[in-house]
Write a protein that binds this ligand. Structure first.
Ligand code: FAD
Length: 331
């Protein structure tokens, strides 16, 4: 990923798309067809494949990563969590990623460790405990120790905090900052953020990183995460889960059309396009990346990319590969 970013001209824009592994074989086959279309028409710099916390989707995540990397030839970044999972599973995932030709890992913690459950005797006897993995930094260090520079490593960051008293964990960009510094120093090559709709909060966060006295964030790619709006209900659910604030004006625009799914999508494309245009302008690093949480859906992200002129232009001989018209509807 970082080699591809480095090869882009200065002031270039690029984007990545996130997909999760479907549960059924029918879902896989539908997603594969969609991915083929999206990779030809939208041409992301890279795609990412999510990992179920605790390894719950290990096989399916690797299957989807294989489709992306091997069958579709997309530069693929595999998410990998490290808590509530045996070391063997982590080793297997990294080895399989290598076999598939995957060179990028988004190193994550996953859910907070449930250490008691995992310290069962069999695991300890076999030396297969996951006690070594409490935070994402432990996985970053582990990958660097075992695999040197083979993998390009991304880490997660959170532009917004939350004051949710019912939540067991504190989330606050200032509280996270020293840990993010350490995580980056431990060997991260790029930073990818949680989704957000509050561009001012994002600007503050990015400035805080770029101007940090440690200098570790000076040039590292920081890729903001954006989620196209697919429906009012999904939006409410994901903002609650991610603690992303909906600024009042955005909430009002969506609330006004919440009874009409098609209008929600159209207004959602307007909102996301405005966010993209704002972010496109504000980076000081010379290149601007954007990451889209697609929820495996195609149209909304395609509209945003088209509208914001983010789709890379093809050389003439490849042009017949692009003839997809997204302009008719949003479904
Ligand atoms: P960490 O970097 O370990 O941080 C977790 C918290 O612990 C932070 O609040 C940090 O400040 C604190 N902390 C870190 N080190 C220390 C320390 N030494 N002492 C005290 N506190 C410390 N989850 C999945 O299950 N699957 C996915 O595919 C997935 N993809 C994601 C993609 C992105 C871009 C993002 C932003 C998140 C994703 N997540 C995914 C969610 C992620 O696993 C959770 O948010 C998790 O709770 C934290 O992961 P982390 O890697 O940020 O953890």
């Amino acid at each position: 990923v970082t080699d591809k970013i480095a090869a882009l001209p200065n002031n270039a824009h690029y984007f990545s798309l996130e997909f999760f592994p479907p549960k059924t074989s029918m879902g896989f086959s539908n997603l594969q067809t969609r991915l083929e279309r999206m990779s030809r028409a939208l041409r992301p710099l890279f795609v990412t494949v999510t990992w179920g916390a605790g390894g719950s989707t290990a096989t399916k995540s690797l299957e989807l990563a294989e489709i992306c990397q091997r069958q579709l030839g997309l530069t693929t970044c595999l998410h990998l969590t490290c808590t509530n999972m045996s070391r063997t599973l982590i080793d297997d995932a990294l080895e399989q990623a290598k076999t598939l030709g995957i060179r990028n890992i988004l190193a994550l913690r996953g859910d907070a460790p449930r250490s008691e459950e995992y310290r069962d005797e069999a695991q300890l006897l076999e030396g297969d405990s996951n006690e070594d993995f409490t935070w994402a930094i432990d996985l970053v260090r582990y990958i660097r120790k075992k695999h040197g520079d083979y993998f390009c490593i991304g880490v997660a960051a959170y532009p917004e905090g939350h004051a949710d008293q019912s939540h067991p964990e504190h989330q606050d960009p200032l509280f996270d900052l020293p840990y993010l510094v350490e995580k980056t120093k431990a060997g991260a090559d790029f930073i990818m953020t949680q989704l957000f709709f509050d561009v001012e909060a994002y600007d503050r966060f990015e400035t805080m990183l770029r101007t940090h006295p440690s200098g570790v964030f000076k040039t590292i790619p920081i890729i903001p995460g954006l989620m196209p709006i697919q429906s009012y209900q999904i939006l409410r659910r994901t903002t609650k889960l991610s603690h992303a604030k909906l600024p009042p004006d955005i909430f009002a625009r969506l609330d006004a059309v919440k009874g009409d799914d098609e209008l929600v999508k159209q207004v959602g494309v307007d909102i996301l396009s405005e966010i993209v245009e704002h972010i496109k302008k504000s980076d000081g690093s010379g290149k601007r990346g954007l990451h889209f949480y697609t929820l495996n859906l195609e149209k909304a992200v395609a509209h945003i990319l088209e509208r914001c002129h983010l789709i890379p232009i093809l050389a003439e001989e490849d042009e017949e590969a692009v003839a997809i018209d997204y302009s008719n509807n949003f479904t």
